[in-house]
Write a new protein. Structure first.
Ligand SMILES: [Zn+2]
Length: 319
């Protein structure tokens, strides 16, 4: 019977009712210090799905790390009524130690899936996850933030052709649901293609900064998802949240370089022609350039940079 077989994660074996932390070896630093990734495994006595909660694929995206750290601290996963939760709060240890998105050679782990045991460092980190964890999972939630000063309003991105992901995204019920194809060789795209595994990409806040709303929405979403899958007993009754659904989005970019200030930010609807920000000449000579919303929509991301170059992404507007 399936329920008495151990679940093997790296060098750990977990029988029903067993929990613990395993280390996935992820190489070493030039000094020889070993680098390891921690995976917390919580297995209920009752059979059920295996869900992976993953953060820090991009090493400078801290909100997700904090969502899972807080979830572990508050024992969110300790009383599962069915199934298994695997929690990896920080995958890209290399990037995290350098306050950077990528691994030290500049490669992006989330563009390196499924990875290879003999490839670049990013590819090896991706391979370690694919080999040790993804094959055991029925669903994964991958926590991110905007990159380099871009703030993302709390949202789940799911692949438009993935019915299972849409259902899971609705159960997570973040403020915004965005149907969007994932980049080539990203975890979400690769896992669906090679393993048929649905991955939800949670986006909330900005790199290297905490955002309280994004953290609490992430934790609430995990709880809703676990409750919907009957892996946790409901605590607050039925949550009737209706997310804003977005199937198309595009970026408004800077027509010229200069000092940038937004006047409208993520989390608000906009009307076509409405002023949403301004670019100023730092010398105070040229006239200001107003930025207008190109069409009716909802701002799902905005740039917090004070200084922008021509073509920089300023507002991510969903329709
Ligand atoms: Zn990211």
């Amino acid at each position: 019977m399936n329920e008495i077989t151990p679940l093997t994660v790296a060098n750990g074996e977990f029988y029903p009712g067993q929990s613990g932390v395993v280390e996935l070896v992820a190489g070493q630093l030039p000094s020889g210090s070993p680098v390891s990734i921690k995976a917390h495994v919580f297995r209920s006595y009752k059979p059920g799905p295996t869900l992976l909660f993953l953060a820090g694929v991009h090493g400078d995206e801290i909100n997700g790390v904090e969502i899972l750290r807080r979830g572990l601290k508050l024992k969110l996963f300790d009383s599962l009524t069915a199934g298994t939760a695997v929690v990896v709060p920080l995958l890209n240890v290399y990037g995290f130690d350098n306050f950077r998105r990528d691994v030290p050679d500049g490669k992006d782990v989330n563009r390196s899936f499924p990875g290879s045991a003999t490839g670049s460092l990013a590819s090896r980190v991706a391979y370690g996850l694919s080999k040790n964890l993804l094959a055991h999972c029925d669903l994964a939630v991958d926590f991110h933030t905007g990159g380099r000063g871009v703030f993302n309003f709390p949202q789940i991105r799911y692949s438009p052709d993935d019915e299972g992901a849409l259902q899971a995204a609705e159960q997570f019920a973040p403020p915004v649901l965005l149907a969007a194809r994932a980049p080539v060789k990203s975890l979400r795209r690769s896992a669906l293609k090679s393993l048929g595994l649905s991955v939800l990409t949670y986006e909330g806040g900005e790199n290297l900064r905490y955002d309280g709303r994004s953290i609490s929405e992430g934790m609430a979403g995990i709880r809703r998802l676990l409750e919907a899958r009957e892996m946790l007993a409901p605590v607050n009754g039925i949550d009737e949240r209706q997310p804003i659904r977005i199937t198309n989005s595009s970026w408004v970019r800077a027509g010229r370089a200069g000092l940038f200030q937004w006047t409208k930010r993520s989390g608000f609807p906009v009307r076509k022609g409405e002023p949403i920000g301004t670019i100023f000449d730092p010398h105070g000579v040229r006239p200001n350039k107003r930025i207008l919303a190109p069409r009716n929509g909802f701002i799902i991301g905005h740039n917090n940079a004070a200084l922008v170059g021509q073509g920089d992404a300023l507002f991510h507007i969903g329709y």
